[in-house]
Design a protein around this ligand. Structure first.
Ligand code: ZN
Ligand code: ZN
Length: 405
């Protein structure tokens, strides 16, 4: 066969950066012999994952990289988080991300309830006692996090969230559309809030926390509301049998909602201490049974949000060493990229383009021999949109759709 057969798509979450005062970026400063070897054999470019100057969220970025029209399918982050923590969401469900929080006299005093890390029995109490005017699913997630899904007719995501995003007065949900379903959904959300504060207020876990001078988790704040979209399965769109290997619920959820097989990884935390070697082992296994593997590695984004240049640089070096154990031949197209830029200087996502490289059979290797934001901007792929990378890759696999006669 004269074309590659498989794709390994590696997303170094938030790895791209802006120059520091020393005119360098973590990716430029890091010693990354494996990435550089791929760059030598491959072709580089930069990519506007959504659009020039639009800072992507990790959710919209991944959807765009996978070729989905984000403007049409994306209504909020909640549905992907819910799918990621294992709820079998259905198109039309209304899903929220939630935070266990501490509320005192109507004021949110801590959005994370003192970073509570075990909310199982609190969540059990909510599941047992909550009585809403529609079907619902509630599930605890990592740390202080949780998800809520509302199901049934006459519900709408056109409502405001109850999470004020900072310390301050608690918010009640309001409809932002003039229809009955938005009014009803806001009412259900406010009912959720009221009942949860009663259920959790005197819960033994909180009584014990207060006695130990810990903040009680006596509220659940909701945000990221969205209606679960109908996504055409990735395999149907591309003809590729896909697996996702990731630590964060969001990316796992995107994989699940697009019909990918989720391969869990022991010790994958989504933080800079994550077990990347174990992820690499899983990738090597997954490539035997799949023609597309999406690998997300989260740590660089976290270091970016923390504004920690050294942590980000060292993490990227560790990733480079771990990925050098990938078992990939020329038949596998390898893509290395980021879903967005998370500059140390901003501690937030920015709209700068991200670097990417493609290596494998059929790729017209360019003159580049190093992988970073600067060199990528001189590469043979020039500058493309995130939504264009899947068509480029499937064309390299000989699956391009001819336009015209
Ligand atoms: Zn991200
Ligand atoms: Zn981020």
């Amino acid at each position: 066969m004269c074309v590659a057969k498989k794709i390994l798509f590696v997303v170094l979450d938030g790895a791209a950066d802006r120059p520091t005062v020393a005119a360098t970026t973590p990716l430029k400063a890091a010693t990354t012999p494996f990435f550089d070897r791929l760059a030598q054999d491959g072709i580089l470019g930069i990519m506007d994952v959504i659009a020039p100057g639009t800072p992507p969220g990790s959710d919209t970025a991944h959807l765009s990289l996978l070729g989905y029209p984000v403007n049409k399918v994306y209504t909020g982050r909640g549905p992907f988080e819910a799918a990621g923590v294992g709820i079998k969401v259905r198109p039309g469900d209304i899903a929220f991300r939630g935070n266990f929080a501490t509320v005192k006299d109507g004021i949110v005093v801590d959005r994370r309830a003192g970073r509570i890390d075990d909310t199982k029995s609190l969540s059990d109490a909510i599941r047992e006692q909550l009585d809403l005017d529609c079907e619902f699913l509630f599930k605890e997630s990592a740390g202080h996090r949780a998800v809520l899904v509302l199901r049934g007719e006459g519900l709408s995501p056109k409502i405001t969230q109850t999470d004020p995003k900072h310390v301050g007065p608690f918010l009640y949900s309001k409809p932002i559309a003039k229809d009955a379903s938005a009014r009803r959904t806001a009412k259900i959300v406010n009912d959720f809030t009221r009942q949860v504060s009663l259920i959790l207020g005197n819960h033994p876990v909180n009584v014990e926390r207060s006695r130990s001078n810990l903040l009680p988790a006596n509220a659940v704040l909701l945000r990221g509301v969205g209606s679960v979209p109908h996504l055409v399965p990735f395999e149907k769109r591309t003809g590729l049998k896909a697996a996702v290997i990731a630590a964060t619920a969001l990316v796992i959820g995107i994989g699940k909602l697009t019909g990918m097989t989720y391969v869990p990884t022991k010790g994958a935390t989504g933080h800079i201490d994550s077990n990347i070697d174990e992820k690499v082992k899983n990738v090597n296994e997954a490539l035997k049974r799949h023609t597309f593997v999406l690998l997300n590695i989260k740590g660089a984004d976290e270091a970016g949000h923390d504004g920690d240049f050294n942590a980000k640089t060292h993490f990227l070096e560790r990733v480079d060493r771990a990925l050098s154990n990938l078992e990939i031949d020329d038949e596998t197209l390898v893509v290395i990229t980021a879903d967005h830029t998370t500059p140390i200087s901003l501690k937030e996502h920015s709209g700068d383009p991200v670097p990417f490289l493609i290596r494998g059979k059929g790729v017209r290797a360019d003159q580049t021999s190093v992988f970073n934001e600067y060199i990528a901007a001189t590469g043979g792929m020039d500058r493309i949109y995130g939504r264009d990378i899947m068509p480029v890759l499937t064309d390299l696999l000989g699956k391009g759709v001819k336009f015209g006669a």
